[in-house]
Structure formats: structure tokens, C-alpha cells
Design a protein around this ligand. Structure first.
Ligand SMILES: *Cc1c(COP(=O)(O)O)cnc(C)c1O
Length: 395
């Protein structure tokens, strides 16, 4: 995800407006940063455990271990479970590179799984095929990584049903969804272990890289804390396992504590923005579905259209920025040429050619959204109502 504001020359509409958020809490941020510069505990200073406590409180999980990035969070979770060679890890093909690369880094086998066309999330039935693919290849099915794409939690109940009787652990890549929920269960509690990212463009972003790992399992949390500091035992010069330098900077923790104070309010604003887009764009393009009983953190507002490239060009002509997450699915990337996969990854492939993310942030006003919607209407024609998206992705 881009963290550049990407303001359109003509419209001045940014894709994400981090400055509007900064204006809102400027003094608090400045004070928090100054406090860290004053006490000087830049590594594992008091703001780090304070943030961990607040994150745990917000999502209702027992243990939170912050770390250096969303990618490290995934890596550390797999390391804590001792994932390695001969292990199969199931990953959706329609996701960011991190989800798969951490598996390969540990010498385990990625098995690519298809996603659901409406939620963009891991398909439980495709996961079932993937478990069979792993077995046929002589691998041990070990972990399924469900990604909460664009902010909506994956189908954890459906995935659990498929995994029943298997000793496959469920890891939630919640890099885009912190702040969302399924019923009364908040993101952070949906996987056995859940991870998130504080990359600036994520719903809860810091001013650099950062991440966190959530679990109710005390032992796993202790192992994660050890992995975070080079596999330390009683201290960092006592190495009881292989670890990494995976710490979150104190400065970033201080920034996040201030951003957390307005976070729930921002999530509500994101939902309002999404509802307005749904109303303005429904029937013209395929607007994103959020399933009943779930909320999304709306990391992105991603529409689908067989005329995606025309829409992007039309918006660009008006100076309105867009982004494509993701233009190329992972199973087609050179790096994953030799990876295992289910036979049918057609939904992932079709999404890569039909998705388009438009400006989304909590400070977007309705007038601006109307400008965006008008540009989309003008591009694909108001009358005749272009069919949203047929099965072939063409319309
Ligand atoms: C952003 C993202 C990550 C990685 O987070 P970083 O903090 O950039 O390392 C992992 N998975 C998904 C789905 C993401 O969107």
C-alpha cells in the first residue's frame, strides 16, 4: 500500500490523508514524541508495554507482542510454531507478498489457495483442496494463513470447519483489518494467533514500520518475546532459540498510543465513508460486500468492474488517484514459480484484472466522494448502466 498522499494535481484529492489526522492530534503527537526524546529509552522504552496493554484491551485478547513490521509479525508467529521444511502453509494467492514470503523464508512450502470473489478472502472449499494437494506432495499440513483483505475479516468459521480434525493452525493476517469485528469478537482474537501492521497507510498506522502479534496463548507469547530479541533467554546474550531483531521502536509506540485514542472514532468515519460510496456507486460498479454480522476496518474501498482500466484512466484525467491491490497474483510471480497450488485459482486471477481501490480515509467528505463518483459515472456512462461484473470479468 502506498503511504504517499498521492494528491491529484487537478483535484487535490489525496488517496489517503495522513495530514488531516495529524492536524487533529498534532499537539498530542508532538508532546508524545518530545517525551521519548527526553527520556531517551529508544529501544523497548515504557511506551512499548503501554501500547501492548492498550491494544490488548481494545481487542480483548490476552497477550500482545509488538514488533518491527507486519511482515515480522507473520514471520515470528510461524517461528514460534516452529514451522519449517516439510511443512505446508496455506496462503491465498490474492494477497500482499508478505503473507507468502515468510513461509518460504523458513524453508516451508507455500500452497496457494483461491479466494471468494465477493469478500476477496480465503475460500474454505479451495482450502480443502489445498490440504489434499499438500498431502499428495508428502508434506505435513501445518498452518493456514487467512488474510482479512481490505479490512473485512475472513470466514474463520468456515475455515475452522474445513480444518476440523486436522492439526493445522490458523494464523490471521490482520494487517488490514485491525479495528474490525465478527459479531462481538474483535480482530486480534479471530485466529489462534493474529498479526497486524502499523505501516503508515494501514487503518492504524505509525510514522514508519511497525507491527503486532495477538494471542491468548501465554506460552506462545513468551516465545514471541524471546524471538523478538534474538531468541533471548534470561537476557539477550543468552540465546535459547533462533530469533531476530524484531522490536518496535519506542517512538513508534508513542505515536501509536496517541493515534489509538481516536482510532475507534476513525473506524466509524471509515464506515460512513464506505456507506456513502456504496450509495453513490451501487449498480454502476460492483461495490464491496461486507457480510452480515461483520464490520470492516476499510483499509481500502475496492470496487470491481470489467472496465477497471477505463475507470482508473478517467479518474486520473480528473487528477483523482487510484491504486490496484493487487495487479498480479502471487502464484504468477516469478518468485513463486515452483510453489504448490490448487488447480483452480481463477477467482484470484480475475480479481487482479478487475479490482480498483479509490480514495479512502476517515477524513474524506461527502462532497469529495461525489466528485469521485461523478468521474466514475462520466467514464462508464450514466445511462445504459453498465452491468457490474459478469463471471468472466468482462462487461
Ligand atoms: C501490509 C501487509 C503486510 C505487511 O505489513 P508490513 O508492516 O508492511 O510488513 C502483510 N500482509 C498484508 C495482507 C498486508 O496488507
Amino acid at each position: 500500500m502506498t503511504d504517499s498522499a498521492g494528491a491529484g494535481r487537478k483535484s487535490g484529492i489525496p488517496f489517503i490523508d495522513l495530514q488531516a489526522q495529524r492536524e487533529r492530534i498534532r499537539e498530542h503527537l508532538d508532546d508524545a514524541i518530545a517525551r521519548v526524546l527526553e527520556h531517551g529509552n529508544f529501544i523497548m522504552g515504557p511506551e512499548v508495554p503501554e501500547l501492548e496493554e492498550r491494544l490488548a484491551e481494545l481487542c480483548g485478547c490476552r497477550h500482545v507482542v509488538t514488533c518491527a513490521s507486519g511482515t515480522d509479525a507473520l514471520l515470528m508467529a510461524l517461528m514460534a510454531w516452529e514451522v519449517g521444511p516439510d511443512d505446508a502453509v496455506f496462503v491465498p494467492s490474492f494477497t500482499f507478498a508478505s503473507t507468502a514470503e515468510v513461509v518460504a523464508l523458513l524453508g516451508a512450502q507455500v500452497v496457494f489457495v483461491d479466494v471468494d470473489p465477493d469478500t476477496f478472502n480465503l475460500s474454505p472449499s479451495s482450502l480443502q483442496s489445498a490440504v489434499a494437494v499438500a498431502r499428495e506432495a508428502g508434506l505435513r499440513p501445518r498452518v493456514a494463513i487467512a488474510v482479512d483483505m481490505f479490512g473485512q475479516p475472513a470466514d474463520y468459521a468456515g475455515i475452522r470447519r474445513v480444518l476440523e480434525g486436522e492439526s493445522v493452525r490458523l494464523l490471521a493476517d490482520a494487517a488490514q483489518s485491525f479495528g474490525a469485528s465478527v459479531g462481538s469478537a474483535k480482530v486480534g482474537t479471530l485466529g489462534e494467533v493474529s498479526t497486524t501492521s502499523f505501516f503508515p497507510a494501514k487503518p492504524l498506522g505509525c510514522y514508519g514500520d511497525g507491527g503486532a502479534i495477538f494471542t491468548d496463548d501465554r506460552e506462545v507469547a513468551d516465545v514471541l518475546r524471546s524471538i523478538r530479541v534474538h531468541g533471548q533467554g534470561t537476557n539477550k546474550y543468552d540465546n535459547v532459540r533462533i530469533g531476530i531483531n524484531g522490536r518496535l521502536d519506542t517512538l513508534q509506540a508513542a505515536v501509536l498510543i496517541e493515534k489509538l485514542r481516536i482510532f475507534e472514532d476513525e473506524i466509524i468515519s471509515r464506515q460512513d465513508v464506505a456507506s456513502i460510496y456504496n450509495r453513490l456507486l451501487g449498480g454502476v460498479v460492483k461495490t464491496p460486500d461486507v457480510l452480515k454480522g461483520r464490520t470492516s476496518a476499510w483499509a481500502q474501498y475496492t470496487l470491481r468492474s470489467g472496465r477497471r482500466d477505463d475507470i482508473a484512466a478517467g479518474l486520473r484525467a480528473e487528477g483523482i488517484p487510484t491504486a490496484i491491490y493487487y495487479p498480479k497474483v502471487l502464484h504468477e510471480q516469478l518468485a513463486y514459480e515452483h510453489s504448490l497450488r490448487v488447480d483452480d485459482l481463477s477467482v484470484s486471477g480475475r480479481l487482479a484484472t478487475t479490482v480498483l481501490s479509490i480514495p479512502m480515509h476517515p477524513y474524506l467528505n461527502e462532497r469529495t466522494q461525489e466528485v469521485v463518483a461523478e468521474a466514475i459515472h462520466a467514464t462508464i456512462g450514466r445511462d445504459g448502466r453498465v452491468p457490474a461484473l459478469d463471471e468472466d470479468g468482462g462487461s
